[in-house]
Every structure is written in structure tokens, then in C-alpha cells.
Design a protein around this ligand. Sequence first.
Ligand SMILES: [Zn+2]
Length: 303
Amino acid sequence: MDEIVLGDVTITRITEYFGSVEMSPDVFFPDSPAEAWHEHEHWLAPDFLDPASNVCVSAIQTWLLRSAGATILVDTGVGNHKERPYSPVWSHLNTGFLDELGRAGVRPQDVDLVINTHLHVDHVGWNTRLDDRTWVPTFPNATYLMPRLDFDFWNPANGHQPNLGRGNQNVFEDSVAPVHEAGRTLLWEDSYRIDANLTLDLAPGHTPGSSVLTLESGTDRALFVGDLLHTALQFVEPDTNSCFCEDPVLARATRRRLLTRAAEENALVLPAHLGGHGGAEVVREGDRFAIKQWAPFARLRAE
Ligand SMILES: [Zn+2]
């Protein structure tokens, strides 16, 4: 079991996928200088980059938290059997995610809270599962916390034209609306206090409602930052955005603000998609950041 304890909170890493995301660095991160990937290749490979094929390597993972008696999932990955015509790498997956959750001692009915840091295709998938031909909440007893700004932005009825294009096609309909219609969503604004250890705050830029979950327990600190970073290169090149960032200027500012806070507070940074050890503590180095030490999770290995 890949588990750590911070203060009164237990954190377990549940991996849905680890490997190539079939995108080269210049496509995934169009504003990152090619030299930066070369300069840092010696530590980015193989956990975050496959230099032989020049593709980025990513994990899709859920952070399972046990806090104040509650069982909490942070982000729910891609999900099984989803029709994703414009995201073929995430179309029709059939993974053992729920078995993995079961090995961590959690049955779907045990989950009390689901947190979607934002409503992208790879963060809401296991919100629902296919029951015959109907999408139903996977976690029938859970309250699903969603940022209202993202709920409204990604609702096709509102006719937004996202930077992501059609990458989120079908996502609202099969992974968000069924949960909302079942009366299980809590759409929060500004910030939301979960319990004595955990608070959600907006961290916009990647999407309008992107959020960060702060863990403060005893002297321990962690920031679950969703897609504030997609690759470890962004620690040392904090102005680098992914091609999926809706507001590039705001995404950079939010990334710098949260990494500064993490460095000052000695907080473990846990993004959604880092392979390797899953996260890191950082220190300031001029106007950039450096990795002080990797998170104490076991290093992910490609199958
Ligand atoms: Zn993501």
C-alpha cells in the first residue's frame, strides 16, 4: 500500500494509469523551451519523459484521504467505458481502478466525499459508472464537491468555447450531470472548509474553477494542486503552462503563488499527474523553484 500519514490524515495513492500520454513536450507544453527539457532530461527521465520516443509520461491518480473519520477521494481519473471522441487516449478504458481502491480497503459505498479539483476529462471520470446503459454515481453515498465556476463553465448549455476545444466532449453529460441530477453535488464558491484538517480554495487559471486542497494538521502541510503542474519540469520552469490551461497569464500567476506558499510553509506539493514519487517539497531558487525532496511515496514503475 502506497500510504503516508501527515498529522491526523492518511494519504493513499491510487493509480489508474501510468505511462505515455502520447504527446511530445512541445505539444503538451508549447511555451516551454526545448533546451529546458534537454537540460533537465537526466532527472525527468524516465518518470516524466521518455526521451527515446520524445513523449511525456504521466500518471492519472486519485488521492485517497482519511480525515476526521471521513473517506475522501481527490479527483477521480478517467473512468471506464467513456466515449471520448476527441481524447482517444482516454476513450473506452477498462482499468481495475475500483479493485485498486478495494485493495486500499475502500468500497464505493464507503466514500463520504469526492473532490473534483476541476472538471476536466481526467479528473471526473470515476464520478460515474455504467449501469446497463445509464451513467450512475459510482460512490452512491458521497457528496461530490465541485467548484461552481467550473460547473458553469463546462456546462454545454452555457455555450463556452474552451481553449481545450472538444477535449472535454461528453464529460459533463456522462460524469457530472448524472451526479448532479442524483442530488449528490455540492457546488462551492470562493472556499470550502471540509473539516479541521482540510480546506478547498480557488486556484484559477488552468480552468476558471480550478482549486487547491490544503491539508494542515499539526505541523504538517500539503497542497493538492490538481493540474497547477502536469510535469516536474514546471517546478523549475514555473512559467511553463500546459496547452490545456484556459487562462495562461492567470495560470502562471497562480502556479507561482502556490509554489511560493509551498516553499514558505514547507508544504508537500501533490499534483494530480506526477509519476515518480507523486509530489515534492520545493525551495525557492531565485525566481524559480527547486526540488528539496520528493514525496515519500514509492516510485511508480511502468508495467
Ligand atoms: Zn488533469
